[in-house]
Design a protein around this ligand. Structure first.
Ligand code: 6PG
Length: 506
């Protein structure tokens, strides 16, 4: 036996080669890949770089990588031969088939125990599949969330690795060195089995969609509802960035609002109001529906992007559908305080929903997701990094099995204090005809969640009336006729039969 097959069987063959020097290998030299390599080199690791278009490797070596502990490879074989064993190899290529292609290309040159890491925004079922597939071949797969954009990759991203846990002791040093630090703690920890890392990154992105939508709604009501100038809005966001909303997304919003084009006009005003999306928010919403979890804010954020993208149709509709004209008569400073509080309260709901989803997924998929460490991973480096996540980390550290963020004293008090202002903002938006779907759905969730008796009793009656779908009697009304916990069908009209439909929940 010789060549690649022998390598996979763990046999040493062929002529002796010089000792490989690479601690870590990275494939994919787009900006994120290049920056992660530079980051790892800054932390003392020798990094081997490869790219499908190999001319990019030389360009990188001659420019950004010059003088650093970075070596290039011009083929997959060379890439593998330059790495110490077990090889730690990271792919930063487009999520989807490209990841599978590279895995297949790497396999012939891998030895048992080697580690393949996918750092793209892959869908977690793909990472489940890849973990199992590679484990059968003795290769340890890691699917990791990487957040923080270009700058995060260069100076410290948030990293959310999951997959084959045997890999963790071998990658922990690289990952925790290059990750962002928050109060000295790395924003990176092992997330869980199989696709758990990519799952948590997916929920991170869903929450990112929600945070961005909330900010956009605040901007819209400031602009159209209060008639504020871009300078005034920028200053308000600057103020918010020093309070409970202190976060990366508020900070960049301030900068975007203050950014003027060459003609002195705010550039943002010129940007087409049609939002793009690469799918991670949609996956979160779909997963929430699959798991039966009311993750309403992310859902609204995804739909808001969809509505924005039918710009031409909206333009036609704007000519035939009219509504109220905003006319604000209250105290602007008070309204802005309420808006800040409303955004804060909506954020609390969004994160509470996100954690509800992850908690349910952990149960459903058999993952041991650790809530305090997820909050810690999101505290720094990533797009949703904020002071707020420090409070979430503290809440889950104090009580790792906390059922819901809203049961935590700190957040419970915060949402009660914000409540009146939040309602004022949503009421004004409704009267002024300015859509605030994320603020509104958060408030509706809050009101639903805190309601012991919802009108679903009527809904169950309707289902039983037209389809014999059955209902369960409230315990306090149980008797010989209506037994507690039993699925009951009533012949509501006297015309239908007494036979009920089978009972199951999707
Ligand atoms: C991050 C970002 C990153 C990317 C989003 C953009 O955490 O660094 O989430 O992954 O910016 O995927 O997503 P959309 O194109 O769907 O807005």
């Amino acid at each position: 036996m010789s060549g690649p097959v022998a390598r996979l069987a763990g046999l040493q063959v062929g002529p002796a080669q010089s000792e490989p020097s690479g601690d870590f290998g990275l494939i994919g030299l787009a900006v994120m890949g290049q920056n992660l390599i530079l980051n790892a080199a800054d932390h003392g690791f020798t990094v081997v770089a490869f790219n499908r278009t190999v001319s990019k490797v030389d360009r990188f070596l001659e420019n950004e990588a010059k003088g650093k502990s970075i070596v290039g490879a011009h083929s997959i074989e060379e890439f593998c031969s330059k790495l110490k064993k077990p090889r730690r190899m990271m792919l930063l290529v487009m999520a989807g088939p490209a990841v599978d292609d590279f895995i297949e290309k790497l396999l012939p040159y891998c030895d048992k125990g080697d580690i393949i890491i996918d750092g793209g925004n892959s869908h977690y079922p793909d990472s489940n599949r890849r973990t199992r597939y590679l484990a059968e071949k003795g290769i340890r797969f890691v699917g990791t969330g990487v957040s923080g954009g270009e700058e995060g990759a260069r100076y410290g991203p948030s990293l959310m690795p999951g997959g084959n846990e045997e890999a963790w002791p071998y990658i922990k040093d690289v990952f925790q060195s290059i990750a962002a630090k928050s109060d000295g703690e790395p924003c990176c920890d092992w997330v869980g089995d199989e696709g758990a890392g990519h799952y948590v990154k997916m929920v991170h992105n869903g929450i990112e969609y929600g945070d961005m939508q909330l900010i956009c709604e605040a901007y819209d009501i400031m602009k159209r509802g209060l008639g504020m100038s871009y300078q005034e809005m920028g200053e308000e966001f600057d103020k918010w960035n020093k309070g409970v909303l202190d976060s990366f997304l508020i900070e960049i919003t301030r900068d975007v609002l203050k950014f003027s084009d060459d003609d002195g006009k705010p550039l943002v005003e010129k940007i087409l109001d049609s939002a793009g999306q690469k799918g991670t928010g949609k996956w979160t919403a779909i997963n929430a529906l699959d798991l039966g979890m009311p993750v309403t804010l992310i859902g609204e954020a995804v739909f808001a992007r969809c509505l924005s993208s039918i710009k031409e149709e909206r333009t036609r509709a704007s000519k035939v559908l009219s509504g109220p004209k905003p006319s604000f008569t209250g105290d602007r400073a008070t309204f802005l305080k309420n808006l800040e509080q409303g955004l804060y309260a909506s954020k609390i709901i969004s994160y509470a929903q996100g954690f509800m989803l992850m908690q349910t997924a952990a149960k459903q998929y058999g993952w041991k997701l650790n809530k305090p460490s997820i909050a810690l991973m999101w505290r720094g480096g990533c797009i949703i990094r904020s002071v707020f996540l420090k409070d979430i980390t503290a809440a889950y550290r104090a009580e790792p099995d906390l059922e819901n963020l809203l049961f935590n004293d700190f957040f419970n008090k915060a949402i009660h204090e914000a409540q009146d202002g939040w309602r004022d903002v949503v009421s004004y938006a409704v009267k002024a005809g300015i859509p605030m779907p994320a603020f509104s759905t958060a408030l509706a969730f809050f009101d639903g969640y805190r309601t012991k008796d919802l009108p679903a009793n009527l809904l169950q009656a309707q289902r039983d009336y037209f389809g014999a779908h059955t209902f369960i009697i409230k315990p306090e009304y149980a008797n010989d006729k209506y037994k507690s916990g039993e699925h009951i069908h009533v012949n509501w009209t006297g015309r239908g039969g007494n036979v009920s439909a089978s009972t199951y929940n999707a």
